[in-house]
Write a protein that binds this ligand. Structure first.
Ligand code: CNA
Length: 242
């Protein structure tokens, strides 16, 4: 167990958590930028993931977008891991006020977290661009080619694509939770995607904890850096029950 991490969490009263794709690698969902991440996994499409997952590409090549999206972004079998469960437990104990995530996989909610701010949306919500009717992930997964609504409209995932703005309400809420926190734990994110990465700058509390396998540009700002798998690093919170 990392004693320093335990001490920080024990002494905190209002924790906010800011996370990314590294949270879900232990659930079998690849991240973007690790050695075995999604960015390295595909070359067949002839475009970078930033292009394939962009707003313009969605509208110009909707069929190719969906082919890539179904193969690399949907993981219906994935289940929450120790990191998701530990954060849900901290919230239940009244110590953690919000999980702010760049993830789109819904695993925090599946683990029992209630206040989850999804900066980049969710694969579990999909809507008709014509009549706004909502569809679950299974509909996208089971359809072929471009999924369409009963009204004939094209269905779009409620995921923030490159070139699209984040929802203002979600961003404001994230900023508020970070500003009010005495401890900010940042985990499983390379901190290169903005504006999410810039949210750290709103923190003026006592302890900034970074838990990430690889180093980040913000390591030097942290009061504690843990370069371990986040599920392992936080698992002591679950063991305290046993
Ligand atoms: P990223 O750029 O791929 O960075 C992930 C970081 O996590 C890397 O620095 C890794 O070293 C680190 N990491 C990987 N596994 C672990 C682990 N077990 N414990 C601790 N650290 C680990 O991903 P970011 O989230 O920073 O980038 C933001 C993108 C990724 C967002 O737009 C997401 O929507 C997008 N994304 C989301 C998912 C998901 O929902 N699960 C999956 C892949 C990509």
């Amino acid at each position: 167990m990392n004693e320093q991490l335990k001490q920080v969490i024990d002494n905190s009263r209002r924790i906010a958590f800011l996370g990314g794709a590294g949270l879900s690698t232990e659930s079998g969902i690849p991240d973007f930028r690790s050695a075995d991440g999604i960015y390295k996994a595909q070359t067949a499409y002839g475009h970078s993931p930033e292009v394939l997952l962009s707003h313009d590409f969605f509208w110009q090549h909707t069929d190719v977008f969906y082919d890539y999206y179904r193969k690399f972004l949907l993981y219906p079998e994935a289940r929450p891991n120790k990191a998701h469960r530990a954060l849900a437990k901290l919230e239940k104990e009244g110590k953690l006020t919000a999980v702010i995530t760049q993830n789109i996989d819904g695993l925090h909610q599946a683990a029992g977290s209630q206040n989850v701010l999804e900066l980049h949306g969710s694969v579990h919500r999909n809507y008709c661009t014509k009549c706004r009717k909502f569809y679950p992930m299974e509909y996208i997964q089971q359809s072929e080619g471009v999924p369409t609504c009963s009204c004939g409209g094209i269905i779009k995932p409620d995921v923030v694509l490159y070139g699209e703005g984040l929802e203002t309400k979600t961003l404001i809420s994230a900023v508020t939770h970070i500003q009010r926190a005495d401890t900010l734990i940042v985990g499983g994110t390379s901190l290169v995607v903005y504006p999410a990465a810039g949210l750290i700058d709103y923190f003026s509390g006592k302890e900034l904890v970074l838990i990430n396998l690889s180093r980040t540009d913000r390591d030097s700002d942290a009061t504690l850096c843990v370069h371990e798998k986040i599920g392992e690093a936080l698992s002591f919170l679950l063991e305290e029950d046993q």
